[in-house]
Ligand binder design. Structure first.
Ligand SMILES: Nc1ncnc2c1ncn2[C@@H]1O[C@H](COP(=O)(O)OP(=O)(O)OP(=O)(O)O)[C@@H](O)[C@H]1O
Ligand SMILES: [Mg+2]
Length: 224
């Protein structure tokens, strides 16, 4: 298994416990949907998987190795090497151009300017964002275009794991289905995708669906 969570718990200060013993195994190349009511802990789970939030108790294993979840530096390294996020609000820098946004994670990895530009342009093109739009700022783009820029930025570092929090939340049906096709292709290429959604039709496009209910994970029966 690529990722394994065992009895993961999480509560916030002054709040009741959100995750009450989460067990989850995800294989490489799997595309997993995470569903559940608003406030049930989906984003919390995603952030634990991405090493942004520390669980209170439990074990997180990557390729069978126990991760040091309480060691910020180790988790930052794990995230840098393996993980990309796509957030619901895209989290693009509005005053930078699309291509500058996509270059950002490459810059953080010390990749030289020429190579950065080439890689970023290639990924934007693959998302259907051509040269002229690539030079435009996200604030002037449609939701669907911004989403595709955010996806290009997530993929340009060739992550092993893609964590997406409602990646189609802001999109119309046509854009949603385009993005889903793209994610399915990425997953067929071996990238592991964990995607939070409220939309049953989005979940149906995934290999598997789990739901958070009262702090525990419940797995949907596989349709045969
Ligand atoms: N940083 C935080 N500090 C305190 N409480 C938090 C924090 N983050 C989340 N919570 C609480 O934990 C619970 C789960 O939040 P989470 O964001 O994981 O839910 P969610 O399932 O992603 O909801 P939604 O579908 O609305 O995005 C909520 O009750 C929320 O108020
Ligand atoms: Mg959320």
């Amino acid at each position: 298994m690529l990722l394994e969570l065992e009895e993961i718990t999480k509560s916030y200060k002054f709040g009741s416990s959100v995750l009450k013993g989460i067990n989850l195994s995800v294989a490489q190349g799997e595309m997993l949907a995470v569903m559940g009511k608003s406030g049930c802990g989906k984003s919390t789970l995603l952030n634990i998987l991405g090493g942004l939030t520390r669980p209170d108790t439990g074990e997180y294993r990557y390729q069978g190795q126990r991760l040091l979840v309480n060691n910020t530096r180790a988790m930052n390294q794990f995230r840098k090497e393996n993980i990309s996020f796509i957030l619901q609000d895209f989290a693009l820098l509005q005053e930078r151009t699309a291509i500058q946004n996509v270059e950002l994670p490459l810059r953080a990895r010390g990749i030289k300017a020429g190579k950065r530009r080439e890689l970023a342009a290639g990924y934007l093109k693959a998302m259907g964002i051509y040269d002229e739009l690539a030079q435009s700022c996200p604030q002037k783009m449609s939701g669907g275009e911004q989403q595709r820029v955010a996806i290009a930025r997530a993929l340009v570092v060739k992550p092993k794991i893609l964590l997406a929090d409602e990646p189609t939340g802001a999109l119309d049906e046509e854009n949603t289905s385009e993005i889903l096709k793209l994610l399915q292709k990425i997953s067929e290429d071996g990238v592991t995708i964990i995607l939070v959604t409220h939309d049953e039709s989005v979940a149906k496009c995934c290999d598997r669906t789990v739901r958070i209910m009262n702090g525990k994970l419940v797995e949907d029966e596989k349709m045969v």
